[in-house]
Design a protein around this ligand. Structure first.
Ligand SMILES: C[N+](C)(C)CCCC[C@H](N)C(=O)O
Ligand SMILES: O=C(O)CCC(=O)C(=O)O
Length: 365
């Protein structure tokens, strides 16, 4: 180990020498055009040692036993440690967990009009900021067609293709073996619990509803609900973080299944990463012994009760012209049963594309 002392802050740091050699940022070790490493680990001697070193301003200069010379920015070394990662990942300050009354007070931060979005990159950035903070935003003044819905969404994100299509348009026509394609009530859920990688975002645009009533949508902030569950029933929270629950989707030509816990948290910070709740798309539940079932069901019922709590549910009627775009790893959605003719258009966005955009804008780490 090597002890480094920051000449300005006086902070000291213990470093593994191989790690430091591996993190040389010079053009020979790192391809500065592609940001990729150039060196295969096995080509570095496993016992590589520092022969000489000195501080030069804010840099640390090293001569290595393999003959290589490195110059490191001290800030780079100090910021590349676990402690800094943990504090950067504690992104609580960029998130606002909400219930109905909180989101209603903040509704003005959630509305973006398509003409503004088209003419300003700053508006796109503000939209992504709100999406990160609240997990839900609206794009207004969109002509109610699938084509314009697609153009509006593609102004911000690339779209994700699934067996439902890239853009989808659905009504009560049974185009897929799914309750969404009926007029029935759908309780709060997240989509794609049966995919290895559930969609990161989901967009819905009601492009027509005539000759009937109902069909209101509701949204629940899973982040707030998970905090509440952890506070009220820590054991139930732990159970839902631990137990592997399989989700499944079967129709002609498709058979998707994925097994993971309902609540997934960052192992370093314990912050919520993904909520995966869909009581409809559960597969046969065979991942725990019968002796543990009663504890599991009691825990899941606690979560579902919080999700159904009126105070947590934000209900609204989506009207033609407004797209709702929400974080499918955080915010649950549902809809009331309806009558009449109702057509929804929308799309999914991959998680990685959502986060990439947020990073490019400097919103998240
Ligand atoms: C959104 N779209 C209408 C395409 C599909 C709806 C699928 C809902 C499904 N039960 C799931 O959880 O994924
Ligand atoms: O019909 C709706 O408004 C929403 C349907 C739904 O929950 C879904 O597509 O996952």
């Amino acid at each position: 180990m090597l002890i480094l002392k920051h000449p300005e802050t006086g902070k000291s740091l213990e470093l593994n020498q191989f790690w430091l050699r591996d993190h040389c940022r010079c053009g020979e070790c790192l391809n500065l055009d592609t940001n990729q490493r150039r060196i295969d680990l096995l080509d570095l001697p496993s016992d590589v040692k520092l022969l000489e070193s000195k501080y030069e301003g804010n840099n640390f200069i090293v001569l290595w036993s393999d003959g290589h010379r490195s110059s490191y920015a001290l800030d780079f070394i100090f910021e590349s440690q676990l402690e800094s990662l943990i504090s950067r990942r504690s992104k609580s300050s960029t998130l606002t967990p909400w219930n109905r009354s909180i989101i209603l007070q903040n509704e003005r931060h959630l509305r973006f009009s398509l003409p503004q979005l088209v003419s300003s990159d700053d508006v796109v950035k503000t939209l992504v900021e709100s999406l990160v903070r609240y997990g839900i935003i609206f794009i207004d003044d969109v002509p109610p067609t699938p084509y314009m819905t697609e153009l509006a969404l593609r102004r911000v994100f690339p779209l994700m293709k699934t067996f439902f299509g890239k853009m989808w348009t659905f009504s009560d026509k049974p185009d897929h073996a799914d309750t969404a394609y009926t007029k029935l009530y759908l309780g709060s859920h997240t989509d794609n619990t049966y995919f290895c990688d559930a969609a990161g975002l989901q967009a819905l645009h009601c492009i027509e509803h005539s000759g009937g009533s109902g069909g209101e949508n509701f949204f629940v902030d899973g982040l707030r609900v998970v905090h509440e569950l952890k506070r009220r029933s820590p054991e139930a929270y732990q159970t839902l973080c631990r137990v592997q629950v399989p989700g499944e989707y079967i129709e002609k030509g498709e058979h998707h299944r994925h097994t993971a816990p309902i609540i997934q948290v960052d192992p370093l910070t314990e912050e919520l990463v993904q909520l995966r709740v869909n009581v409809y798309d559960r597969a046969v539940f065979d991942t725990i012994p019968q002796t543990e079932m009663s504890d599991f069901y009691a825990s899941l019922r606690k979560l579902l009760k919080l999700l159904r709590d009126e105070e947590n549910q934000w209900t609204l009627k989506l009207n033609p012209g407004s797209i709702v775009l929400f974080d499918n790893w955080r915010v649950l959605h549902g809809r009331h049963a309806y009558t009449g003719s109702r057509t929804m258009s929308g799309s999914y966005v991959q998680r990685t594309d959502f986060l990439s955009k947020a990073r490019v804008f400097g919103i998240i780490d």
